[in-house]
Write a protein that binds this ligand. Structure first.
Ligand SMILES: C[S@@+](CC[C@H](N)C(=O)[O-])C[C@H]1O[C@@H](n2cnc3c(N)ncnc32)[C@H](O)[C@@H]1O
Length: 270
């Protein structure tokens, strides 16, 4: 199967996952795991979202681009808590429609725009944004350098970009690397280190924070919540829950052995 076909399947899987992640029983689980209920599929916690507001100096008048915005986590929260403007961009239009419904319900629709497009071919003019964020998106698509270059093109003078990403750290044996790729997000393998890709695409790395231990704790909370949620088992079925728990436990094992890390990169337009 070609990489292209895999990517297509991956997009369909994300579209389907937003139908599940926005179910009330799943939102209850999300509140206990990440502290929010936007139907998120990344591992960005509410505390980390607060740090995004600070790191990107989000405030009224700032225009933020959130790539891989899904059903609104954390882009809508960032706009709501800082009163900045936000453009939410993702491929599944159904997830963006959910985000826009929530923006309307919260009275923020006037500052929120949703665009169905690829992060690797942004339909915006040069220097259109003051700030850019994406949560665990680069590990979900093949064109990582293309997306970083596109982000740089649409970033204005002095713009900052903050993103989290999950990857296999350098120095693993071939077997360990294969295991990390097998168990991690769909496009966890990288052609070159993120710091290098940032430099090559015109970004200056300002700060790097290892948030692997938060990621691990969130996964452990998720497994506990899955084990305890009768409401979720009723909606999704016991077999699906058992399979999810098995998958998450294998991720926990791989992270505990240091085969996957989650880091937050803060960069400025060089
Ligand atoms: C791990 S999810 C994060 C979603 C959301 N921001 C969150 O925090 O819950 C990754 C997202 O990236 C999106 N994505 C994957 N490839 C993309 C692409 N080429 N362009 C834009 N979004 C993409 C997926 O559809 C998915 O919504």
């Amino acid at each position: 199967m070609s990489k292209q076909a895999n990517f297509h399947e991956c997009c369909q899987a994300f579209a389907a996952s937003y139908e599940i992640s926005t179910l009330p029983a799943m939102q209850e689980v999300e509140r206990s795991v990440l502290g929010c209920d936007y139907g998120g599929t990344s591992w960005t916690t509410r505390a980390q979202a607060g740090q995004i507001v600070e790191s990107l100096a989000l405030r009224p008048g700032v225009h933020l681009l959130e790539i891989g915005a899904g059903s609104g986590w954390p882009g809508l929260y960032l706009a709501g808590s800082s009163s900045c403007d936000v453009t939410l961009l993702d491929l599944p239009a159904s997830a963006l429609a959910k985000a826009m419904r929530r923006a309307r319900d919260e009275g923020n629709a006037g500052r929120v725009l949703a665009v169905a497009a690829s992060g690797a071919a942004l339909p915006f003019r040069r220097a259109a944004f003051d700030a850019i964020s994406h949560s665990d998106v680069l590990c979900c698509l093949p064109g990582k350098a293309e997306m970083l270059a596109e982000c740089r093109r649409v970033a204005g003078d002095g713009a900052r970009m903050l993103f989290s990403v999950i990857y296999a750290p350098p120095g693993l044996s071939d077997d360990a690397y294969r295991e990390a790729v097998e168990v991690g997000p769909p496009f966890v393998d990288t052609p070159s280190p993120y710091a290098e890709m940032l430099a090559d695409t015109g970004w200056r790395l300002e700060n790097l924070t290892d948030v692997t231990s938060d990621y691990l704790q969130s996964l452990r909370r998720l497994v506990r919540a899955f084990e305890q949620s009768d409401a979720l088992a009723e909606v999704l079925g016991r077999d699906a829950i058992t399979e999810s728990i098995r998958h998450r436990e294998s991720q926990i094992g791989v992270i505990e052995r240091g085969l996957l890390v989650r880091e937050v990169f803060l960069a400025s337009a060089a």
